[in-house]
Each structure stands twice: as C-alpha cells, then as structure tokens.
Design a binder for this molecule. Structure first.
Ligand SMILES: [Zn+2]
Length: 418
C-alpha cells in the first residue's frame, strides 16, 4: 500500500464524481433503512436485556465486595456492563439509531445514560457539532478536545508540554472530561452562548454529577453496610470507582482511535467552504479510522471499530455497519479513496505517539495511506452484487426521527440531497 499521499483525496474528485458518490452512499443508507425490522429490534432489545442482567449480577456480587474474589468478579462485571451501556447502547440510542422503532423508551429523545454527560448536552456537542463538522480545524471541538495538540496545524503553546501527563488523567476520568467539554467553554468565552444557557447546562451537569456520585459512591455501597459494616461499604465503593475507571480507559482508547491515528486527514475551514454532500461524505470517510477486531470486540466498542461507517451514517443502527463495510470499501476502490483501518494496538500506538510528539513544537502530518486496493473476497462480492442488485425504492422520510421529535442542533446535519 502506498503511504505517501498527503494531499487531501478530495482534490482528485470532480464535482460530477462527488455527486455520483453522494448518490451511491445515499442509496446504501436508504436500502438499509428499507430493510430494518425484527432482526434489528431483537438485537438492541437483547443488548439492553443483557446489560440489565450484568448490572444486577454485578451489584449483587458487590454487596459482598469485602471478600476479594467477589470484589474482583463484581468489579469486572460492573466495568463490562458500563462499557456495554455506554458504547453499544447509549451512544447509539442517543444518535437516534433506533428511533425508527418508535419505541418510547429506546428513543434518542427520552434516553439517558450511565455517564457524567447529560444526554441533552451530548446530543448537541457530539451528534450535531462533531458529526457535522468532523475534523474541520476550529469547528470540530473534538479535535484534541480543546486541551490537546493532536494535529500539527494546531499552534503550539507551552501548556502542551504537559499533555502526555494530563492525557493519563483524562484516560482515567474521561467521562468527566467529556461532560465539561460539552459545555464548550470557548463558546462561553466568545459570548456565542448566552449566560442563561450556560447556567441551565451547569445545572444539568451538577444534577447529573450528583446522581452519578450518589449512586456509585453512596447508595450502592450502603447496601453492604447491614451485612459487612464500614469495611463492606468501603470495599463496594472502591469496586465502583474501579469499574468507572475501567470503562473510562476503554472508551477513551476507542474514541481516540476513531480520529487521531496517522491515517486520518484534517481540513481547514476554507477547504470545505460550500461543501457538497459528496464532499461531506468524503470528509467523513477520510477523517475517521476503523479498528479491526472480533465480533466481541465490535460489540464492546459499540461498533466504533466501524468508525468510518459510523461517520458516513451516524443514525444507522450499529448492527448494520459490518454488513455495509464491504460496499464502502468497494466504493473507496472505485473512486481511488483510502479506507482507514488497522489493528487496535497499532491504531492506539499511533495515537500515543502523536500525543507525545505534538507536545513539542513543530511536527508534520504523518504519511497517509493511498487509495484502497481491496482484492479481498468480500469486496469482490460487493462489486458483483452492485450489478445485480435491484434495490427497493427509498422509504419516505429516511431520517425516521418521527414528526414529533425536534432534530435541529441534536442531529447530524450534512448538506441536503440534490
Ligand atoms: Zn457518534
């Protein structure tokens, strides 16, 4: 694979090609939405059920956290439950991936999750800001999360010398970092956000934080008091703390691997001025990077091992990302575009190297992969299928948000279809 390409892959596509490419990606979206049904419904309800069972098991085990084997088993189960709840359930439900089911409980407008961020602030900062302006410098606030220099185009400042250290703190307490990041202090400083809104959001964070702290550090440890006294209380508290740290380390790793490995491109605001829908798709495609792994890995990562597919279609049920991946690769091959992917440790290692290197002044963009050259069986099959497929007509209103749900500022907003 050629690894010297530095110019944005957007540069070699004509307007007509971009238009055609947008049509092809839209067709994948519509086809999947036309096919959603029982299989998908069963998947998400079984994940929610599995999470509940794991959670009950963990909480029961941790009543006896005073005993080391119960502490270890309970902590591991609680950590895994929290990972499942945040990654495969919370992030995806809040995107509106399951809104098409019209289930009042499993819906982006009613869901709340087991993390410090309020659903309301998250939907704006993640679904709308990050997913719409992905990797545009100065507009995508997730690019370095406003505290890290993750791209050589970002101006260096002596504070970045400390980023390898505060990154370690961020890893362990990621949920709190994200909650405060959602506040968007820059918008507060520049006056973009009015004081009333800031006050409302702060109140939201405070309420959410208090509930989280009471739940994990007072209420559940208190269950151990009657049987095991103060030592029982303390043991359950440290178990809950450890489970939260496990979940934070994992979500930090997966999320940082989504956009910060060497393979991804960032964009200046001028570069994406008057961006077409096709251009938006290409930016998502080359601004994200996948992680290769087993089916279990993909569930545990909330299918963000398919970060590329997630960024092309953030509102598509995560069950479908693996299925459409060969078709995305096939499109990359035909249009001469890269398909960013790699094993977990390789992607993670590149991210850590960037954080270390860019703590110091200078630095250049790392070499990029060349156009995707598939040749593997699944891409060939996708290519053959392309010529025989007779897709169902696109269903009307494919965003499936339901007429009663407001979507402005809480959903991704790509340029409209031509
Ligand atoms: Zn997302």
């Amino acid at each position: 694979m050629a690894t010297s390409q530095l110019e944005s892959p957007l540069a070699h596509l004509t307007d007509e090609q971009l238009e055609e490419l947008a049509r092809e990606f839209d067709a994948i979206h519509d086809e999947v939405y036309g096919d959603l049904g029982d299989r998908d419904r069963k998947y998400i309800t079984s994940m929610i059920e599995l999470h509940r069972r794991m959670l009950v098991l963990a909480r029961v085990l941790l009543v006896g956290a005073r005993y080391k084997p119960l502490w270890a088993a309970g902590t591991a189960t609680l950590g895994a439950a929290k990972i499942l709840e945040n990654m495969e359930i919370g992030h995806n439900v809040l995107h509106g991936q399951w809104d098409w089911m019209n289930d009042p409980q499993i819906h982006s407008s009613t869901w709340d999750w087991d993390t410090a961020s309020t659903a309301e602030a998250w939907k704006h900062s993640h679904n709308y800001v990050h997913h719409t302006f992905t990797n545009i410098r100065g507009k995508d606030k997730d690019l370095g999360y406003e505290i890290m220099r993750i791209d050589p185009h970002q101006k260096w400042h002596p504070v970045y010398l400390a980023q390898p250290f505060y990154n370690l703190v961020l890893m362990a307490f990621f949920e709190w970092g994200v909650a405060f990041h959602d506040l968007d202090l820059e918008a507060v400083r520049s006056g973009e956000k009015d004081k009333k809104q800031v006050a409302r959001e702060l109140k939201g964070i405070w309420t959410k934080a208090r509930n989280q702290i009471v739940k994990d550090y007072v209420a559940f440890p208190a269950l151990s008091l009657p049987l095991f006294g103060r030592r029982g209380f303390k043991a359950t508290l440290t178990a809950n703390f450890t489970a939260n740290v496990i979940r934070n380390l994992w979500s930090h790793a997966i999320i940082f691997c989504g956009h910060f490995p060497d393979q991804t491109y960032t964009f200046s605001q001028a570069e994406v001025e008057a961006e077409s829908r096709g251009g938006w798709y290409v930016r998502q495609l080359v601004g994200a990077a996948n992680i290769e792994g087993s089916p279990l890995f993909h569930v545990a990562s909330g299918n963000l091992g398919y970060q590329v597919e997630h960024h092309l279609f953030p509102d598509m049920p995560s069950t479908r990302y693996a299925e459409i991946a060969p078709r995305v690769k096939e499109i990359c091959e035909r249009y001469g575009l890269p398909y960013n992917t790699g094993p977990f440790l390789k992607q993670w290692g590149m991210v850590q190297r960037t954080i270390l290197r860019l703590a110091f002044p200078g630095g250049r963009p790392r070499p990029k992969p060349g156009p995707y050259r598939g040749g593997d069986g699944e891409v060939k099959a996708a290519r053959e299928e392309r010529f025989t497929r007779r897709p169902e007509p696109a269903p009307a209103g494919t965003s499936a948000a339901g007429p009663e749900q407001p979507s402005d500022g809480v959903r991704v907003a790509p340029p409209p279809r031509a």
